[in-house]
Design a protein around this ligand. Structure first.
Ligand code: ADP
Ligand code: ASP
Ligand code: MG
Length: 414
């Protein structure tokens, strides 16, 4: 007998039929003798619908009240699933995040879990109950409802698995595992049997929304075996686990993309100490996160400075930058919110030279101009015009042999 946490995302609970299908999966695990904790998302589209409602009543909805609203989506699905299970004579009980003391900090709309008091859940499990928990939500120390940011149910599931010392955390979704690229964009993408936590962390942080990044961080920190699999069809899915020998031979694990960024450039700023700080301080003070940063070589005592922010912050960042530009006597401010960031990720990069040149040559071969570059030990990201999104990913996918069983992709064959 094992203790298993099963998480089902929005598409997996989108209709009554789907919720009944989820009940089948839960019951199957139960029949195998496992203790089961289920963590659910809201029905597909529900969180967006609620955000839309909030937008109709206020230009900037109060963040505390937004959490009260958004947390209702998950409350609907946990109750419905528990009713289905009880109707089939399985003793299920549903709980909101607050009821099982998922304690978070007080940063509304993107709270972080700090503790889970799992006593109640453990007692239910010992009484052979199936425990169904609302994902994406918690409470702060003053009892206010908080939510964990989009995709946060993944994180609830892994945190629950940690708190209960579960044997495995299974993330059921609408694809049958983690692929070498988003399978909705790249039909040739291939499911991986296994991927290292570290690679999954990079892919998630660079835009692969199949797992919320915090969930992978938790899983890695506490070494929870994490498996992504389909709620629509049976299969082994993808196991996210520690790097092993076979993986070390791999070059590139996968490609991620992010359409949510925008680029801002300040032309002709004085090339002197303190300029980068002067440009970015007002941006940081406004709570805007900066991702990539590039400063050109100074010529004639002036230089150009480019950075990217989330697309939602584009307008605000542009206004701030125009003000900074006037203060610094810069020549011009440029902005572009029609860009996309494409990244190749793989632990094999540590021991192989030449990945960057191969990546750049492949893009050049298709006439794709690279606007920005950033690298780390196991990833290379480029910013290109968004019209090249699909072409760019597919070009790189084939340049690194990800669709085949080539020796450069050892880990994917598993
Ligand atoms: P859920 O509602 O179950 O949480 P999400 O929509 O959050 O599902 O995540 C699943 C989606 O992630 C898939 O439908 C797929 O389009 C996308 N995705 C992006 N990159 C990848 C990848 N490398 N492998 C698998 N899916 C990916
Ligand atoms: N319902 C939330 C969302 O749509 C949380 C989740 O599904 O993971 O982001
Ligand atoms: Mg998700």
């Amino acid at each position: 007998m094992a203790l298993i946490v099963q998480k089902f995302g929005g598409t997996s609970v989108a209709t009554i039929e789907r919720i009944k299908a989820v009940a089948d999966i839960v019951i199957a695990a139960r029949k195998q003798g496992h203790q089961v904790v289920v963590v659910l998302s809201a029905m597909a589209g529900e969180t967006d619908r609620l955000i839309g409602l909030a937008g109709q009543v206020a230009k900037h909805p109060d963040s505390r009240e937004l959490d009260v609203l958004l947390s209702t989506g998950e409350q609907v699905t946990i109750a419905l699933l528990s009713m289905v299970l009880r109707d089939r004579q399985y003793p299920a009980v549903s709980y909101t995040g607050g009821q099982v003391h998922i304690l978070t900090d007080n940063v509304h709309n993107k709270a972080r879990i700090v503790d889970i008091e799992a006593v109640r859940v453990k007692k239910d499990l010992s009484e052979r109950k199936i425990v169904v928990i609302a994902g994406f939500q918690g409470i702060d120390e003053n009892g206010n409802i908080t939510t964990l940011g989009r995709g946060g149910t993944d994180t609830t599931a892994v945190a629950m698995a940690v708190a209960l010392n579960a044997d495995e955390c299974r993330i059921y979704t609408d694809v049958d595992g983690v692929y070498t690229a988003d399978p909705r964009l790249v039909p040739e993408a291939r499911r991986m049997d296994r991927i290292a936590y570290e690679e999954m962390l990079e892919l998630a942080s660079l835009g692969a929304k199949v797992l919320q990044i915090r969930s992978v961080e938790f899983a890695n920190k506490y070494k929870v075996p994490l498996r992504v699999l389909s709620s629509f069809e049976e299969g082994p899915g993808t196991l996210i686990t520690d790097e092993d020998e076979e993986m070390e031979r791999a070059l590139i694990a996968g490609i991620a993309h992010n359409r949510d960024e925008a680029k801002l450039t300040l032309l002709g700023v004085p090339d002197e100490p303190g300029i980068a700080g002067a440009i970015l301080s007002p941006i940081a003070e406004a709570g805007i996160e900066v991702d990539m940063i590039v400063q050109n070589m100074g010529v004639d005592n002036t230089t150009d400075f480019t950075f990217t922010v989330h697309r939602n912050d584009y307008g605000k960042a542009l206004t701030l930058l125009e003000k900074t530009a006037r203060g610094l006597g810069a020549k011009k401010v440029l902005g572009d919110n029609r860009i996309v960031k494409i990244s190749v990720v793989g632990v094999g990069m540590r021991s192989h030279a030449g990945i960057a040149s191969r990546m750049f040559a492949a893009l050049a071969g298709e006439g794709i101009n690279i606007q920005m570059i950033s690298t780390s030990e196991i990833k290379i990201s480029v910013v290109v015009d968004e019209k090249y999104l699909e072409l760019g990913i597919r070009t790189l996918h084939s340049a690194f042999g990800l669709e085949g069983d080539g020796d450069v992709t050892g880990n994917a064959a598993g």
